[in-house]
Every structure is written in C-alpha cells, then in structure tokens.
Ligand binder design. Structure first.
Ligand SMILES: [Zn+2]
Length: 87
C-alpha cells in the first residue's frame, strides 16, 4: 500500500497501525523525504464498500431465496421454467 505525505507528496513509510474497528485503522506514517520535509502524520484507512459481495454472502442469499420458494417453484427453477409457472 502506497501512502504519500500530505505536505510534500513524497512516498511515506507506515511505522505502525492502530485498529479503531474491524474496518477502520489509523496508520502512523513518516515522510521519506527527510532532507526537505520529514513530517510524521496519521492517516486513516477505512473499508468503503464491496464491488462484489463475498462468496459466502452470495451463497447465503441464494439459499435464503431458494428457501422462500415452494417445492414446485424450486423444481421449476431447476428446470428453467420458473417464469412460466407464474404466468
Ligand atoms: Zn513530506
């Protein structure tokens, strides 16, 4: 992971990490441009959103949706006729 200094935009090194929650952490950083800057700072790393849900979520969702169907609807789905049974 690349972190840049907010002052001089040079590469910075992460010296330590403090977990705030399971998805948020404070990163303690040191600017590598020691001749002209040398700042140390804290930046925050946070989870924002999934682009694709984790596989376990998808499987649980599919199982839940299948469980809400009647036996006939599940059978129709397996045969590719689900939309025909509802029309
Ligand atoms: Zn800097």
């Amino acid at each position: 992971m690349k972190v840049c200094c907010p002052n001089c935009h040079s590469k910075a090194r992460i010296t330590s990490r403090h977990e705030i929650t399971l998805t948020i952490a404070d990163l303690y950083c040191q600017c590598m441009n020691t001749k002209e800057c040398g700042a140390s700072f804290v930046t925050t790393l946070a989870f924002k959103n999934y682009l694709n849900p984790p596989l376990t979520n998808t499987q649980q969702l599919a199982a839940h949706l299948l469980g809400s169907l009647s036996k006939d609807q599940r059978q129709a789905l397996l045969q590719g006729d689900l939309f025909r049974i509802n029309s």
